[in-house]
Design a protein around this ligand. Structure first.
Ligand SMILES: C[S@@+](CC[C@H](N)C(=O)[O-])C[C@H]1O[C@@H](n2cnc3c(N)ncnc32)[C@H](O)[C@@H]1O
Length: 354
């Protein structure tokens, strides 16, 4: 049994080891035999050979052990590198996971925002479209235009606001309407004033839009009622501030304006672009006048109205009716002190210089 085990182990060894073991066994046997036969010289020679063989074996073993130690060191270094790489990979994966989490959260928030906007848009469409359609029907029931009516685009008063404006003009019957910012509203106002017997002057800082409105007035046969004036923007000083506003020179011949529609210049011209309207036009208003301020839902326009109300006791708010208009009343009293620099002594607005 032991012999078989030994044979099995011997098979696991390499041929060189087996040969060395065989040679050693032979030498040991030789030494023993020579010693037994009193052949001292032979025994010593064989012993010397045996020692040389053992020494060679020890040296070989030592070399192998050293190589093995080198391999182990290399293995250790490799493990350190592997550990560091693994740590880097894990932290990179973690970073990516956190970034993916952030992106997912941002995407979810953005989708929620889009949904809210879409819902708001839908609600606006559901409420606004029927309202504007109803207003349009009422507008065309009041007038039969003599030419195609220009569409009310982004910049024009919407049908609800137009309806309210025309109602105010028809019921208050102003003699002289001044419109700041011409367009579709000029044509509609022309039709009402044709019926009520008033006159309209409309200012436009853009020659292209002024020409378009003039052409539309001609097509509708309203040039006898309404006039569009080119009013290039000019620096206008009100108190301490300088605004870009319609050149006041184009207003010089106007007196007794009893209806003022403020729908220009557009916000793109600069901050508080409509603020100068009352300080500049104020001295040209009649003792009683109506002021309709469009886009009164916007912060600049609201600030302008608050500024006017604070600086001019002749001005009062009628309150918002439908849509985006603010309606104000100008009522000059005998107690109203004459304004600085006003040739007719009518308004309290801060001094204006063009
Ligand atoms: C608010 S818009 C006046 C709109 C006018 N009151 C109406 O209801 O039809 C003010 C100014 O914007 C300019 N404007 C009109 N339509 C425009 C457009 N589609 N794009 C850029 N500016 C426009 C014109 O110079 C106009 O005087």
């Amino acid at each position: 049994m032991r012999l078989r085990t030994l044979a099995g182990r011997a098979r696991e060894l390499g041929p060189r080891t087996v040969a060395a073991a065989g040679l050693t066994a032979l030498l040991v046997a030789g030494v023993a035999t020579a010693a037994a036969l009193d052949a001292t010289r032979v025994a010593v020679s064989l012993l010397a050979l045996l020692l040389a063989l053992v020494l060679a074996g020890v040296l070989l073993l030592n070399r192998r052990l050293l190589a093995l130690r080198g391999d182990r060191r290399e293995l250790r270094d490799l493990r350190v590198v592997l550990d560091a790489t693994q740590r880097r990979v894990v932290s990179a994966v973690e970073r990516q996971r956190l970034a993916a989490d952030d992106r997912h959260r941002e995407l979810t928030d953005a989708l929620a925002r889009v949904q809210r906007i879409a819902d708001r848009g839908l609600r606006t469409v559901q409420h606004t479209v029927p309202r504007e359609v109803e207003a349009t029907v009422q507008l065309f029931q009041g007038f039969t235009p003599r030419a195609p009516m220009p569409s009310s685009g982004d910049y024009a008063l919407n049908p609800t606001d137009l309806l309210e404006l025309l109602f105010l003009v028809r019921s208050r019957r102003p003699e002289l309407v001044l419109e700041l910012g011409s367009g579709t509203s000029t044509i509609w106002l022309g039709y009402v004033l044709e019926q009520t017997g008033g006159r309209l002057i409309s200012l436009d800082h853009e020659p292209e839009y002024a020409n378009r409105t003039r052409a539309a007035l001609a097509a509708h046969g309203l040039t006898g009622v309404a006039e569009v004036r080119d009013a290039p923007l000019a620096p206008v000083e009100v108190g301490e501030r300088t605004f870009s506003w319609y050149d006041p020179a184009v207003l010089e011949d106007l007196d007794g304006v009893d209806f003022l529609l403020v729908d220009g210049p557009p916000a793109a011209v600069g901050p508080d672009s409509r603020y100068p309207a009352l300080p500049v036009v104020g001295p040209r208003l009649a003792d009683r006048a109506t002021i309709v301020f469009d886009d009164a839902n916007r912060p600049d326009e609201q600030a302008a109205i608050e500024g006017w109300l604070a600086s001019d006791p002749a001005l009062g708010r009628e309150g918002e009716l439908l849509g985006r208009h603010a309606v104000l009343t100008y009522a000059r009293t005998k107690k109203t002190p004459p304004p600085q620099g006003d040739r007719r002594g009518r308004s309290q607005e801060p001094a204006v210089q063009a």
